[in-house]
Ligand binder design. Structure first.
Ligand code: ADP
Length: 504
């Protein structure tokens, strides 16, 4: 292709240069385009490059024998900054072309080319071409720099995301984020491993819903399908989402429970030793006295002493029976001998026993059931339950009341009979109501501790009642009294009225 006028030459150069720059993705491609275009006009023996990075000029030499040192190049950069245009400087080796890439009058890079020619040969007409290169390369370099910044930034964001994901995935807690449509927008590795069942997801959704409504986080513990979870929700105001941290704490709970039982066992051993020692000491002391002074003792004193020995031996027997029952209960060998029989005689017998305690301030009243009401029970065991409940009512009497009032009533429906024992004792705090049937549990109060006990009575009672396919529960108001309920199946169809008759 023949090049005619200098205008033609200019246009051709510009279009070739533009084409090359259009495809440039890296800075060195821009400089090679500059180099190529300059070679159309000049013979170039070596080049150098200065790039401004964060206000510092970095030098890059294409050939190691570039005749000007880095320090000297700085001087030329300063000159170029002042001129804000290209310039030629005659040096010993030829002519140094200094070609800045400019953007809004600012130097982005400076291209140095050593031209081993005479200055006279460098014609005026190159000025416009060199100005164009300065201006156009400036735009391209700035765009490239911006482009790389964006690429770097998104790469950094990616790296940051990966960094946080690795942290979140290494956490043992399941972490998830819910949006307002109650859909999951993020879950971590532990969540995926846990793969919560529907029952857990339903509870989580309830908590998420509540967090959305309250616009604040909720810490809670939930028991779901025999597993325990610690769940903490966090309200994410900016994102309008809810983050949940969830941990399966079943094992921790189990450990806590075992620790509690262990502690209770220790307390129990010290309790039971004390419980056994008291009657044993009495039996021993009274027997010794009787033995030492049998000859001198009058009959009344002897009878009184022997009475105490008998009473304390019975108490010892009761404690040993309780221990034996408990060990049977633990080994699941507490057997019931069930027989169909009327309920009334059993309760009458109970009434007779405790009516004898009137002198001790016990007022026992019974609303006896009808003669026909039949139940299938182990009479000895059921009597043990009734006795234990009534004895507790006496043990945990309210010191502010002169008498212990115990009212026993019977109600029945088509299938069951419920015997209730209401007392006017010290009552049971609300948070202990669900625990008093637990083994070794005793209410933590000075009133309870002033009374001896093992914390096993009600555990055994409940087990016996459940052995009758029945259930046992309590209602109580602290300071006012308690009502214990024993519900067992009715045996035959003998539903006459409410099934009760007054017995005094
Ligand atoms: P013990 O009486 O040997 O401690 P129980 O298992 O019979 O064991 O009772 C457990 C606990 O329940 C008692 O220690 C007491 O704190 C509480 N309790 C039982 N019955 C009553 C009652 N009628 N009134 C108040 N507290 C009671």
């Amino acid at each position: 292709m023949s090049v005619g006028t200098s205008i033609d030459r200019f246009l051709l150069t510009v279009s070739t240069f533009s084409r090359e720059l259009n495809t440039a993705r890296k800075l060195n491609e821009v400089f090679s385009a500059i180099n190529n275009v300059l070679k159309r006009f000049f013979e170039i023996s070596s080049t150098a490059l200065a790039i401004k990075k964060a206000d510092i000029w970095e030098m890059d030499f294409s050939e190691s024998d570039f005749p000007i040192s880095k320090e000297d190049l700085h001087t030329y950069i300063d000159l170029s900054s002042e001129r804000k245009a290209h310039s030629f400087y005659p040096i010993e080796e030829g002519i140094l072309l200094i070609l800045p890439s400019l953007k809004s009058g600012q130097l982005l890079t400076v291209f140095f080319a050593l031209i081993p020619q005479d200055e006279e040969e460098i014609r005026q007409e190159y000025d416009s071409i060199l100005n164009f290169i300065s201006f156009f390369s400036g735009i391209v370099i700035e765009n490239l720099q911006l482009y790389h910044e964006v690429v770097d930034q998104s790469a950094m964001q990616e790296a940051l995301k990966k960094y946080f994901l690795t942290i979140l995935d290494s956490i043992d807690e399941a972490i998830m984020v819910w949006n307002k449509d109650l859909e999951l927008s993020f879950v971590n590795q532990s969540y995926r491993q846990m793969d919560p069942p529907e029952s857990v997801l339903d509870i989580l959704k309830e908590i998420v819903q509540q967090t959305f409504e309250q616009k604040s986080g909720i810490p809670t513990e939930k028991e779901i399908d025999q597993a325990f979870y610690s769940i903490n929700s966090v309200w994410m105001e900016a994102e309008q989402e809810v983050l949940i941290r969830m941990e399966d704490i079943t094992r921790t709970k189990e450990l806590e429970r075992l620790k509690r039982i262990d502690q209770m066992k220790t307390e129990f051993i010290s309790n039971i030793s004390h419980e056994l020692r008291t009657p044993l000491a009495a039996v021993k002391a009274y027997s010794e006295t009787i033995n030492d002074s049998l000859d001198s003792m009058d009959t009344d004193t002897l009878r009184e002493f022997m009475g105490t020995v008998l009473e304390q031996s019975s108490h010892l027997e009761f404690l040993l029976d309780q221990l034996l029952d408990f060990s049977k209960l633990e080994s699941h060998s507490l057997q019931m001998e069930l027989h169909v029989q009327p309920l009334k005689p059993l309760l009458n017998q109970l009434s007779n026993t405790f009516k004898m305690e009137e002198s001790k301030g016990v007022r026992f009243s019974l609303e006896a059931p009808s003669d026909e009401m039949q139940v299938e029970i182990d009479a000895k065991r059921m009597t043990q339950v009734f006795n234990n409940i009534v004895q507790n009512a006496i043990k945990y009497r309210n010191p502010d009341h002169e008498t212990v009032d115990i009212q026993v009533a019977v109600t029945a429906d088509e299938q069951t009979v419920t015997i209730s024992f209401a007392d006017n004792g010290i009552g049971i705090p609300e948070d202990s109501l669900s625990k008093i049937f637990d083994k070794f549990y005793r209410v933590d109060s000075s009133l309870t501790y002033s009374v001896d006990g093992t914390g096993l009575g009600l555990t055994i009672c409940k087990e016996i009642v459940e052995g009758h396919q029945g259930r046992m529960w309590v209602e109580s108001v602290l300071g006012e009294g308690s009502t214990f309920f024993v519900q067992i199946p009715l045996k035959v169809d003998n539903n006459h009225g409410d099934g009760t008759s007054e017995d005094t």
